[in-house]
Design a protein around this ligand. Structure first.
Ligand SMILES: [Ca+2]
Ligand SMILES: [Ca+2]
Length: 476
C-alpha cells in the first residue's frame, strides 16, 4: 500500500448465522508520519441487526501511510449453524489528493460449528389451547459444555396469554459439587408482563454439561390468537464468566378461542350518583363460588366456578351473568353459552376476574350477544357483532339502540341498563314476581327476589317489582 490517506469499506455477511457485535479501530492509519489522529466511523448504528457494515477512516491531517497494517477488527457472535462468507461489497482507498488507489480484496468464511454451540430449546414448539386451564413451555439447553450460569429473557404476546408462573428446572442442580442453585425471575408481576427474565447460577465452583431443563413457564389463555414465544436475550457463562456460544429456538402457543368483550348495567344495584353498580352481595360474602344458572329456566350446566376467597380479592365483582351467542335472532340459533362475572363498572369478564369472556373452539364470525341475569330482563345486541380472538368492546350501556327491540333497557340517567324484578327469570315481571317477593320478605341471602342485589328481600324490592310490572324481555 502506497500513500494511503482515507479508506471506506463495506462488508457483508449472513446475519442469520452470525451477528456483528462490534468493530474496533486498527493502528495502521494512526502510524502516519504527521502523528495526526484518525477519523473513524462505522455504520449502521445497530450493528447487531445488520447484514452489511461500513467502516470509514481517514487521517486528520496532511499525511499518509504506506506498507502493511491493520485497519479494523470486526467481531461476531454465532447465532445459528452454518457457513457465511465475509465479503467486500464496496470499497474505496484514497490518497491525499483524493485519488483512487487501485487495490484487490480477499474475502473470508466463518463456519459456525454445531458442536460448540449450545441450543436453548423451547418444548413443545407448537401447541393449541382448547379450554380454560394452564399451558406450559419447558425451556432447556442442549449440548452445552461447562455451564455455570444462565440468563434467559422470553417475550410473548400478553394480550393472548398471561404468565402465571415459572418453576425451576433441575439441570444446574445436577452439578458435581452438589451445590445449590441461585434462581431468580423478574419482573415481580408476571401476570401483567410480556417479557420475563430467568437467572440461574450454581452456588459453588462447579458446572454442568450436556442437556437439561432450565425452567418451565406456565401461561393461561386470555384471548384468542397465536403468540410467539421468543428468546429475546440470553447469556450462558462458564465458571470464568466467559460467554458460551449458543443460539435459541422459538415456540408458539395458539389459543383457539373467540371472545366477547361487552358492558352492561343492571338496574337493581345501579347507583346513579356513582355511575356504577353496588357490590353488596360480594362484600356480604353472599356470591356463590359456582355459576348459578344450572336450574330452571336457564338449565345451563357449565362448570364455571371460582376458588374460595376469589370474591374478596376481586371486590369489584357484582354478580354472575350468563352470556349466549346466537347466529340469528331466535333462541334456536344459540351456539354457545358461558357464565361470566359482572364488574361494578359494567364490564363482563371471564372467571379470571379481568379478561374477556372466552368461548373455546368457537369460530370467529358474526353473532348476536345475549346477556341474561338471574332477576333482570335479558337483552340482546340489536345486530350481529363480529367476534374473534380479540374483540372490540360492545357497550350496551351508552345507547338504547344497542339492545334488540324497542326500549329493551331502562334509562338509568343517560346510560341504559337491564330492567330488574324478574324474580324467577321467566322473561316478564308479573304477579308471580310480586308474590315471590312477598313470600321471601325479610330473607337475607342470595335470592332472585332480592331484585336490587342488596342482600335482603324487603319493601324496597316489593316496590321495585310493582314499579316494573308488565315489563318483559325483548329477546326472542
Ligand atoms: Ca317473572
Ligand atoms: Ca333487596
Amino acid at each position: 500500500m502506497e500513500n494511503l490517506f482515507a479508506i471506506s469499506l463495506t462488508l457483508s455477511f449472513n446475519n442469520s448465522i452470525i451477528k456483528c457485535t462490534g468493530i474496533t479501530e486498527g493502528n495502521f492509519l494512526a502510524g502516519n508520519s504527521g502523528g495526526y489522529n484518525v477519523f473513524f466511523e462505522t455504520f449502521p448504528e445497530d450493528l447487531y441487526s445488520a447484514s452489511a457494515v461500513t467502516v470509514d477512516q481517514s487521517i486528520l491531517g496532511l499525511a499518509s501511510v504506506s506498507g502493511t497494517g491493520d485497519l479494523f477488527t470486526i467481531t461476531f457472535d454465532p447465532s445459528a449453524n452454518g457457513s457465511t462468507a465475509i465479503e467486500f461489497i464496496s470499497f474505496s482507498l484514497r490518497d491525499i489528493n483524493n485519488q483512487e488507489i487501485p487495490a484487490t480484496f480477499e474475502s473470508a468464511v466463518i463456519n459456525v460449528n454445531p458442536i460448540n454451540a449450545a441450543v436453548i430449546k423451547l418444548t413443545p414448539t407448537e401447541q393449541t389451547v382448547n379450554s380454560n386451564g394452564s399451558v406450559s413451555v419447558v425451556v432447556g439447553v442442549d449440548g452445552v459444555t461447562d455451564l455455570f450460569a444462565i440468563s434467559v429473557t422470553l417475550s410473548f404476546d400478553n394480550s393472548i396469554i398471561k404468565c402465571t408462573g415459572i418453576t425451576e428446572g433441575n439441570f444446574l442442580a445436577g452439578n458435581g459439587g452438589g451445590y445449590g442453585v441461585f434462581f431468580e425471575t423478574s419482573p415481580e408481576d408476571l401476570y401483567s408482563t410480556s417479557s420475563v427474565t430467568v437467572d440461574q447460577s450454581i452456588l459453588g465452583l462447579a458446572t454442568v454439561s450436556g442437556s437439561g431443563n432450565i425452567f418451565t413457564i406456565t401461561f393461561e389463555p386470555f384471548a384468542g390468537g397465536t403468540s410467539l414465544i421468543e428468546v429475546t436475550e440470553f447469556s450462558l457463562r462458564d465458571i470464568n464468566n466467559q460467554v458460551l456460544p449458543a443460539f435459541a429456538e422459538t415456540a408458539e402457543i395458539t389459543v383457539n378461542a373467540s371472545v366477547v368483550n361487552s358492558k352492561i348495567f343492571l338496574q337493581g344495584p345501579y347507583n346513579t350518583g356513582a355511575g356504577s353498580m353496588l357490590t353488596i352481595l360480594n362484600s356480604s360474602a353472599l356470591l356463590p363460588l359456582t355459576q348459578p344458572y344450572s336450574g330452571v329456566p336457564w338449565n345451563y350446566l357449565g362448570s364455571e366456578s371460582v376458588a374460595a376467597g376469589f370474591f374478596s380479592t376481586h371486590p369489584d365483582i357484582v354478580d354472575w351473568v350468563l352470556v349466549e351467542l346466537r347466529t340469528g335472532t331466535s333462541a334456536g340459533t344459540t351456539v354457545a353459552r358461558r357464565a361470566a362475572l359482572l364488574k361494578s363498572d359494567g364490564s363482563i369478564v371471564d372467571i379470571n376476574g379481568l379478561g374477556p369472556v372466552r368461548f373455546f373452539g368457537l369460530a370467529a364470525a358474526g353473532y348476536y350477544i345475549v346477556v341474561k341475569h338471574r332477576n333482570h330482563l335479558a337483552i340482546m345486541s340489536s345486530g350481529s357483532v363480529s367476534i374473534s380472538g380479540i374483540t372490540p368492546l360492545y357497550n350496551f350501556t351508552d345507547l338504547q339502540t344497542k339492545a334488540y327491540g324497542t326500549n329493551a333497557m331502562m334509562d338509568l340517567g343517560g346510560v341504559y341498563g337491564m330492567y330488574t324484578a324478574d324474580t324467577d327469570g321467566s322473561g316478564v315481571v308479573n304477579a308471580t314476581d310480586r308474590s315471590n317477593t312477598w313470600n321471601d320478605r325479610n330473607l337475607l341471602g342470595y335470592y332472585g327476589t332480592d331484585v336490587d342485589l342488596s342482600g335482603v328481600v324487603n319493601a324496597g324490592d316489593r316496590s321495585t317489582v310493582w314499579n316494573n310490572r308488565n315489563m318483559q324481555t325483548q329477546v326472542p
